[in-house]
Design a protein around this ligand. Structure first.
Ligand code: ATP
Ligand code: MG
Length: 269
């Protein structure tokens, strides 16, 4: 299998079978990855502080994956040491009646990051072209129109100063089986398993088709998708952390200046 770049270029037809979920390219081993992850996490802490202090930009991280794909683990290992005051994690479950009474982006928009903030979406508006499509929850004409709605919505956010990074955590069907088996065997993980997950697993190919279309149609310059090989958790964390650091560094942020003549201030006893 040829190695593909993580970034999905705009207007590119994606075939997930061409992406190896078990790839660990550009990294010699786990130990090396752990060291670099630590460096990246520390760098992210610094970058978050400047983001917050400067108050100009914001960051939106979107995580999508099949069940047991590692969304939670990525949040814990990569984002878990950021200052919670500046981070908002939003997990999107099946919509409530009230949410369903609105357009599909209504519940999403309220969780987008304000200036200086980071928002992490554990599942997102993409569910409305994934699970909704796979289960025919709305007519095809309705979900088909959503790719354009999503692109327009993300353009609005980007035009408003939000840096958007989207990650599809790509696991193999075999890896999912192993993770489910662990959830069944380990009493501390039982709560993570739902019989309904097996129903979704049966629809694996349909989900792959739905992901392919979302990745192909909704990766834009200002809101790119990345396909992250995610069978190896340590590699997944490493690559996501790298991409976050690069994106925040490219914003060229700086601390705001203090009040004038601070060098003349002395603190009274
Ligand atoms: P875990 O990985 O810990 O199981 P999870 O994100 O799978 O976490 P669950 O409560 O198990 O959380 O599942 C949430 C469910 O909500 C998923 O099956 C998802 O597809 C579904 N969901 C999310 N958004 C929508 C939507 N817009 N319409 C219908 N279903 C949705
Ligand atoms: Mg689940």
């Amino acid at each position: 299998m040829t190695e593909k770049s993580f970034l999905v270029p705009p207007n590119t037809e994606i075939r997930l079978s061409e992406y190896d979920p078990d790839s660990t390219r550009e990294c010699r081993d786990r130990g090396e990855a752990a060291e670099e992850l630590e460096t990246n996490v520390q760098r992210l802490q610094e970058l978050q502080t400047v983001l917050y202090a400067e108050g100009k930009h914001s960051l939106l991280v979107v995580l999508q994956a099949m069940d047991a794909g590692g969304k939670d683990g990525t949040i814990r290992h990569v984002m878990g040491r950021l200052n919670p005051q500046g981070v908002h994690v939003a997990s999107f479950k099946a919509p409530t009646r009230r949410e369903l009474a609105h357009d599909f982006l209504w519940r999403i928009h309220q969780h987008t990051p304000g200036r200086g903030e980071i928002a992490v979406f554990n599942r997102s508006h993409y569910e409305d072209v994934l699970v909704v499509r796979v289960h025919n929850m709305v007519p095809e004409s309705v979900w088909r129109a959503r790719y354009d709605h999503i692109n327009a919505f993300e353009r609005l956010l980007a035009d408003s100063g939000v840096t958007i990074l989207k990650f599809y955590l790509h696991i193999s069907k075999t890896e999912q089986k192993e993770r489910f088996e662990k959830r069944l065997r380990d009493p501390r993980k039982n709560w993570k398993f739902a019989r309904g997950d097996l129903r979704e697993r049966k629809l694996w190919e349909n989900y792959m088709g739905a992901f392919e279309e979302a990745l192909s149609r909704c990766s834009t310059r200002n809101a790119p998708w990345h396909i992250i090989p995610a069978d190896k958790k340590w590699y997944r964390n490493l690559i996501v952390s790298r991409i976050l650091v690069q994106a925040l560094e490219s914003l060229d942020m700086s601390y705001p200046p203090g009040e004038p003549n601070l060098d003349q201030v002395s603190i009274p006893d």
